[in-house]
Ligand binder design. Structure first.
Ligand code: EPS
Length: 385
């Protein structure tokens, strides 16, 4: 079984990523992990913090001479900003400052966390609720991406919408869309929409506001039959949805046509089945987004997600001081304007982890040689159906 977790506060010493269950013998190049971390840091609309950090991972365990050992892999990512937060974030010194945060931000974890954990300074909550944690998630996702590449599986994303600007995407076929996405500062392959998105982000910045949006994830070359229809918690779409909705600021996850299904009649909603010698079973449409009955059906997995605008506002909303109970403005803290482009990389990581989990569950967890043999036998079997 593949398991993972993360640890670390936004302005603490650093982040730890822990991943267990990656088979032995996978070649892991630290540069591939670091390039995913760098992708997450980019994007027009990021705030001052990204100028401080240059995220790189240090492998602490689980890899020897660039190959996984099958033992737990631990990665460490330093928070350079920690140096500016001593003693405020020191784990060993007594409290020195009385600058507690008492005006919770609407939309953030501040108030709910403060009530639940009985703290008097919501910094105790925001430090872990912060999307800084996504750097650790991306490092774990990078290891899973390397694993998935061994099976020819690619997990990629692009931005469909920022604020009220929507991209027009003509086709997912070929590499052009991915080249255009990677060269775009907002990771949007539609150049006209990109221009408008940049203008909108600039406008939001000058108004002290923030912007949300919508992103798409496409998993290509995924074998049919991952996940299972047999039990609710074995369904792959359920697992992917949980993994994605748990990312900071994510508010919806849709598969294929998603909410459009509400208005499509059954005759237009489903993907008719064809067969030929070259392709085996195949579809001419992909309304389902590559998953039927909780299992992959051999078509690309297509998921879209909506993010809310991040709730740290330079021009804060109304709130209430937790001690005086008097109306106040919410805490105004340093903030990103738009994190949608970066969120695409985090979503890729979340999806890569779940697909890797499904493959390992189905084909065996011990070493790359066994898992590849099992996988190849399975592919041969379903080709001959
Ligand atoms: C975040 C607030 C900002 C973001 C941060 C998430 O951090 P700071 O308060 O230090 O300016 O930059 O995201 C990251 C640090 C990151 O690496 O993505 C928040 O409140 O969620």
């Amino acid at each position: 079984m593949l398991r993972f977790s993360t640890a670390g506060e936004s302005h603490g010493k650093g982040l730890i990523a822990f991943i267990e269950g990656i088979p032995a013998g996978l070649k892991v190049d630290i540069e591939e992990i670091n390039s995913e971390l760098a992708r997450r840091q980019r994007g027009f609309g990021r705030g001052q913090r990204m100028k401080i950090e240059t995220d790189t991972a240090e492998i602490i365990s689980g890899v020897r001479h660039k190959r996984t050992l099958g033992s737990p892999i631990t990665l460490f990512i330093e928070n350079k900003d920690f140096q500016n937060w001593i003693p405020a974030m020191s784990p060993i010194l007594d409290e020195v400052s009385k600058n507690s945060l008492t005006n919770p931000r609407p939309g953030h974890a501040d108030l709910a966390g403060l009530m639940k954990y009985g703290v008097k300074d919501f910094r105790d909550i925001l430090e872990r609720a912060s999307a800084r944690e996504t750097a650790a998630k991306v490092a774990i996702g990078a290891v899973c991406k390397i694993f998935l590449k061994e099976f020819g599986i690619n997990v990629r994303s692009f931005i469909l919408q920022i604020g009220n600007v929507t991209a027009k995407i003509k086709s997912f076929d070929g590499e052009k869309i991915w080249c255009d996405t990677e060269s775009s500062v907002v990771r949007c392959p539609d150049k006209a929409a990109e221009k408008e998105m940049i203008k909108l982000i600039e406008k939001a910045a000058s108004n002290g506001d923030t912007l949300g949006g919508k992103l798409a994830i496409l998993v290509s070359n995924v074998v049919a039959g991952l996940g299972s229809h047999t039990q609710w918690d074995l369904k792959l779409d359920g697992k992917l949805a949980q993994s994605l909705i748990a990312i900071q600021a994510f508010k919806s996850v849709e598969f294929g046509e998603g909410t459009n299904f509400a208005e499509l009649p059954g005759s237009l909603a489903h993907d008719e089945i064809f067969h030929d010698k070259k392709n085996g079973f195949y579809r001419k449409t992909n309304h389902a987004g590559g998953i039927e009955g909780g299992m992959t059906n051999g078509e690309p997995i297509f998921i879209t997600c909506v993010l809310k605008p991040i709730p740290s506002l330079v021009r804060p909303l109304r709130s209430v001081d937790i001690f005086t109970k008097k109306p106040v403005k919410a805490e105004a803290v340093r903030s990103d304007i738009c994190v949608v482009p970066a969120a695409g990389i985090v979503a890729e990581a979340a999806v890569s982890i779940e697909i890797a989990k499904a493959l390992i569950e189905q084909f065996g967890p011990v070493c790359m040689k066994d898992i590849k043999n099992n996988y190849n036998l399975y592919v041969k079997r379903i080709k001959n159906i």
